[in-house]
Design a protein around this ligand. Structure first.
Ligand SMILES: *[C@@H]1O[C@H](CO)[C@@H](O)[C@H](O)[C@H]1NC(C)=O
Ligand SMILES: *[C@@H]1O[C@H](CO)[C@@H](O)[C@H](O)[C@H]1NC(C)=O
Ligand SMILES: *[C@@H]1O[C@H](CO)[C@@H](O)[C@H](O)[C@H]1NC(C)=O
Ligand SMILES: *[C@@H]1O[C@H](CO)[C@@H](O)[C@H](O)[C@H]1NC(C)=O
Ligand SMILES: *[C@@H]1O[C@H](CO)[C@@H](O)[C@H](O)[C@H]1NC(C)=O
Ligand SMILES: *[C@@H]1O[C@H](CO)[C@@H](O)[C@H](O)[C@H]1NC(C)=O
Ligand SMILES: *[C@@H]1O[C@H](CO)[C@@H](O)[C@H](O)[C@H]1NC(C)=O
Ligand SMILES: *[C@@H]1O[C@H](CO)[C@@H](O)[C@H](O)[C@H]1NC(C)=O
Ligand SMILES: *[C@@H]1O[C@H](CO)[C@@H](O)[C@H](O)[C@H]1NC(C)=O
Ligand SMILES: *[C@@H]1O[C@H](CO)[C@@H](O)[C@H](O)[C@H]1NC(C)=O
Ligand SMILES: *[C@@H]1O[C@H](CO)[C@@H](O)[C@H](O)[C@H]1NC(C)=O
Ligand SMILES: *[C@@H]1O[C@H](CO)[C@@H](O)[C@H](O)[C@H]1NC(C)=O
Length: 433
């Protein structure tokens, strides 16, 4: 389960802009101004033989690529981004709204996608296949992003090995693996060394989920193709590349926990003499958070589809977060937290248990809009079971469904003494009620 301080991307946020012009003014030496005209528009997109009217950028799904130059540095080499996603034939907003209403699990997706394409293993999708073209004898930096809402994914490319060098914006001790495991919202940079010579073959890249729970899940497999470019001086006609043999990778079984444990145990900070990890030795506040999946009782007037007729709820220290109707940052800034949130988030689980043993079966969780308030510059040690800036910071599970069920909390960091340590006021055009 991936947990971070990043807000989850709100796709529909794009709808706020009907038209955006983005100019990047670049300083100093090569003062280039790049103008991008981005039209955010509703457009019919067809996948799996289902046409949906959805938000696109410049009418494309996935949207166009933006290339930028930073300061006076060299041109940033295009990293090859690989974004995993999910395709729902239904309207995803309707799916989550229905689940929250009934208290059951949300309907699962119909396909996974790589850069928006489901690939040849799905009905009606062979033409919608992501192709990664590479040259022999090179090392590529692949930037992987798991934007699938609810699934940890295994990913592998036939006959190739990855070297993992970074995870979630932190360098790791490099290690080789044939298969990656990537959690929702997680990013990782890996090196892909291509074969020294054109292999006269094509290679499938596939991804499918790692799941241990009992609920239903999308157990399908997304595929793309790794193709070697034919150099101009090689006598090989384009139609002969079509007939090249295609190799398939072997992914671990859907429930392969020993692979998952082995993989995650290899993610270690780069920390060494040259790049030391300077961890504060003295802490001001200590917290232990446990995360759990539980239930709320069903409202009297309703039938619910969660376990034994209840509603699913997820919690941190047994508190399932209830979303306020007033923005937390706004309430904090104007000193009007009363009725919006309470500063009494528990610093440790109510009932301590063996955190490395079997967790207790505690199903009924409480709910509330509870936060932790910290003075400016507090050094915090947070221990999470399984696993300083001003303002209000959401911390939530990256499995979208767990977040919807309340697996989140927030921290309030108070202003410091200096003028530069004060929270800036909201923009003048903040809507007032
Ligand atoms: C999008 O599809 C709908 C029905 O699927 C159709 O009525 C509509 O005309 C299409 N719009 C465009 C711009 O193609
Ligand atoms: C979810 O799946 C059920 C069963 O297949 C279906 O009846 C329902 O309409 C689906 N919900 C949405 C929002 O598509
Ligand atoms: C794929 O197509 C076949 C034949 O048209 C059909 O029987 C099958 O149900 C389809 N599978 C899915 C997942 O839609
Ligand atoms: C790919 O791997 C398969 C199975 O390990 C092997 O038989 C095949 O020769 C390999 N092909 C290439 C081009 O590396
Ligand atoms: C995926 O799930 C469906 C429905 O539960 C099942 O029929 C199918 O065998 C599963 N496929 C795999 C590869 O596990
Ligand atoms: C994984 O799934 C297989 C087939 O469904 C089952 O036989 C096996 O016991 C499962 N393994 C674990 C560790 O749950
Ligand atoms: C863990 O991974 C290493 C290297 O990939 C492998 O040699 C070892 O057998 C794996 N261990 C388990 C328990 O899977
Ligand atoms: C119970 O449901 C009925 C029908 O949906 C509705 O009219 C009524 O107001 C509900 N009662 C409560 C207490 O929510
Ligand atoms: C299911 O709910 C019923 C009624 O609320 C209760 O009597 C029963 O003990 C529950 N069963 C379990 C396994 O929790
Ligand atoms: C929180 O719990 C109270 C009491 O059980 C309930 O009335 C309320 O609807 C719950 N709120 C949410 C957001 O679940
Ligand atoms: C906690 O559980 C683990 C795993 O079962 C066990 O090895 C350890 O001895 C337990 N610790 C205590 C204090 O009971
Ligand atoms: C936890 O309790 C629920 C309800 O009492 C029961 O259905 C479930 O099997 C229990 N799970 C475990 C792991 O004991």
């Amino acid at each position: 389960m991936g947990i971070s301080f990043l807000p989850s991307p709100t796709f529909l946020g794009f709808l706020l802009f009907s038209f955006v012009t983005l100019s990047l003014h670049l300083e100093p030496a090569l003062a280039i101004t790049r103008h991008y005209k981005l039209d955010v528009m509703l457009q019919n997109v067809t996948r799996l033989c289902h046409t949906k009217n959805m938000v696109t950028v410049n009418g494309k799904f996935p949207g166009p690529r933006i290339v930028a130059r930073e300061g006076d540095r060299l041109l940033i080499q295009v990293e090859v981004p690989i974004i995993f996603g999910e395709w729902f034939n239904a309207d995803p907003e309707a799916v989550i709204n229905q689940a929250l209403q009934t208290g059951g699990g949300p309907n699962v997706s119909d396909a996974y996608t790589i850069n928006g394409f489901p690939g040849p293993l799905y009905n009606c999708s062979a033409k919608d296949t992501f192709k990664l073209k590479v040259k022999p004898g090179k090392t590529y930096l692949l930037r992987l992003i798991n934007a699938a809402l609810n699934d940890e994914l295994f990913f592998s490319i036939a006959n190739h090995t990855f070297t993992v060098v970074e995870a979630d914006a932190v360098y790791v001790k490099p290690f080789d693996t044939k298969t990656l495991l990537i959690a929702p919202g997680q990013t990782t940079n890996v090196l892909l060394k291509t074969k020294p010579h054109h292999p006269n073959a094509k290679f499938l890249m596939t991804a499918r989920p790692y799941v241990t729970g009992q609920g239903t899940f999308d157990n399908s497999t997304v595929a793309g193709i790794l193709e070697y470019e034919v150099s101009h001086n090689t006598i090989q006609s384009s139609h002969s590349t079509k007939k090249l043999p295609l190799f398939k990778p072997n992914l671990p079984p859907l429930n392969d926990s020993s692979f998952a444990t082995n993989f995650t145990s290899k993610l270690r900070s780069l920390a060494n003499a040259q790049f030391p990890a300077n961890v504060p030795q003295k802490v001001d506040r200590q917290f232990i958070f446990t995360v759990g999946l539980g239930t709320h009782s069903c409202p009297q007037n309703q039938t619910c589809q969660g376990p034994n007729g209840t509603m699913f709820a997820a919690s941190v220290n047994n508190v399932s977060f209830a979303m306020p109707t007033t923005a937390l940052l706004q309430a904090h800034h104007f000193g009007q937290s009363k009725g919006v949130y309470t500063p009494d988030f528990p610093i440790s689980p109510l009932i301590p248990f063996n955190y490395t043993g079997n967790p207790p079966n505690n199903t009924m969780v409480s709910n509330g809009t509870k936060l932790v308030v910290l003075p400016f510059n507090t050094i915090v040690e947070l221990i999470m079971q399984d696993t300083s800036i001003l303002g209000v910071w959401f911390m939530h599970c990256h499995l979208e469904v767990h977040t919807s069920w309340g697996l989140k909390m927030a921290w309030v960091v108070l202003d410091g003494k200096l003028p530069s340590q004060k929270l800036l006021p909201p923009p003048a055009d903040l809507p007032k009620c």
